[in-house]
Design a protein around this ligand. Structure first.
Ligand code: GUN
Ligand code: FE
Length: 430
């Protein structure tokens, strides 16, 4: 691939001027890919002469080539309930989410949705996700089959929930353990697939099931744990009733061993500095989900406080509460959430987060998230003129900063010119 190349080698910080050497930009770069991996990166002038005669050259002179986006918190089963009207979290779950997830009892339905999810993700330039499936083991099979059919690096797990949900969706502590173990054995480490231990959230797991989730995390210490934390004030009050002996919401997870390295907590909106510190020191991570937090009216994530606590942060779509699989839309919402709190979220920080930052958050930063020799060749080609609004603004964008800010505020699927997975250009549905 030849064209303008942009990648981040480190966190650029939150200022308008990025930290030294965090931004790697080549105006006319060459990304040399062999067998699904990046072999060389450099100035086109210098590298072109060394290309083998039979190399296939894809030239994108007025585009922007970046690492494929990473989405570290998403529910693939909720693709078709995006934009469900008029509810906040707990009613939204009961009225829209659980009935939809119940449909995944039918493996054919799960297969169809998993396939649509991977197609949509790629159409928006996202090449890796950490996904919630449903409580049905076949929903995990569906996701992993669809991901491996296109060669995507994908992480996911079966939802564990044994109470406060319709009978069609609940398991038991024993069944959740048995099914999770079987799925780990079947899928974890197969190709680019990773299993994630997935207790939905405190209200839908009994103390007994929480212990089982903690036991799994101990037995498989290298696995990601994913769940939700302190998203909505009614949810938090409910958790303190359901777990009266827990010190707070985070403690429900902590005391069974789920607050650990590589544990991903979605939302974490209504928390204080002591909770941030406990997350940070245990190696827990937060997924900031701005479109979801706005859509459900959950609250404003305190980005500045999270940064100051040094907790590892990622930024995620969280569809179906989130309103779009597009990480460009996620960044636009992050900007707005931060503006409401007097912070201007920069495009440096934004594009860092959706690439290298989210790879760091998933501990995958040795294989994806940068344009760097040895890395897997998952790539997005952005079109800075990819819509009438972008085209108008592009004529005035004189700096890379302005071009990136336009893309994050105005960009949508039309700004995704191409997506590559392991060096192969994907067919994007129209
Ligand atoms: N908390 C528990 N389950 C969910 C879910 O599916 N979506 C969101 N946004 N929050 C949750
Ligand atoms: Fe979620």
């Amino acid at each position: 691939l030849r064209g303008p190349l942009l990648s981040f080698s480190a966190d650029p910080g939150v200022d308008v001027t990025p930290k030294d050497e965090s931004v790697v930009y080549l105006e006319d770069g060459l990304l040399w890919i062999e067998q699904g991996h990046i072999k060389h990166v450099g100035e086109a002038d210098a590298l072109l002469a060394h290309l083998p005669a039979d190399a296939e050259l894809h030239h994108y002179p007025d585009k922007l080539i970046m690492p494929g986006f990473v989405d570290p918190h998403v529910h693939f089963s909720q693709l078709d309930i995006i934009a469900s009207f008029g509810k906040q979290l707990l009613d939204w779950l009961n009225d829209y989410t659980f009935p939809e997830e119940a449909r995944f009892a039918d493996p054919a339905y799960a297969d169809a949705l998993a396939d649509a999810f991977i197609s949509e993700m790629l159409r928006y330039g996202t090449t890796t996700a950490l996904a919630f499936c449903t409580s049905h083991p076949s929903s995990v099979d569906a996701l992993f089959k669809a991901a491996s059919a296109r060669g995507c690096r994908m992480l996911g797990g079966k939802v564990m929930m044994d109470r406060n949900a319709p009978a069609a969706l609940t398991d038991t502590p024993e069944r959740a353990e048995h099914e999770s173990r079987a799925l780990i054995e079947r899928w974890h480490g197969q190709g680019r697939l990773e299993y994630a231990i997935t207790p939905r959230f405190a209200p839908t797991s009994s103390p007994e099931q929480m212990r089982v989730a903690g036991l799994l995390a101990k037995d498989y210490p290298e696995l990601i744990v994913q769940t939700h934390l302190s998203e909505n004030t009614k949810e938090i009050a409910w958790v303190s009733n359901l777990y009266p002996s827990a010190r707070d919401y985070l403690d429900v997870y902590d005391r069974v061993g789920l607050l650990k390295d590589r544990a991903v907590f979605a939302h974490a909106i209504h928390i204080d500095d002591s909770v941030r510190q406990r997350l940070h020191s245990a190696g827990g991570r937060i997924a900031f989900c701005p479109t979801s937090n706005l859509f459900l009216g959950s609250g404003l994530f305190d980005f500045r406080a999270a940064r100051e606590s040094k907790v590892t942060l990622g930024i995620a779509s969280d569809i179906g509460a989130g309103t779009s699989l597009s990480q460009l839309h996620t960044l636009a919402a992050a900007y707005q959430v931060c503006q409401l709190q007097g912070v201007s979220y920069t495009p440096w920080q934004g594009f860092y987060q959706v690439t290298h930052g989210n790879a760091v958050m998933l501990s995958l930063n040795d294989c994806i998230g940068q344009l760097k020799p040895g890395f897997e060749a998952d790539i997005v080609v952005l079109d800075p003129r990819g819509s009438p609004a972008l085209a108008r603004k592009a004529s005035r964008a004189t700096t890379l900063f302005e071009m990136l800010f336009n893309l994050m505020m105005l960009g949508d699927d039309r700004a995704i010119h191409a997506t590559y997975v392991q060096g192969r250009k994907m067919e994007l549905a129209p």
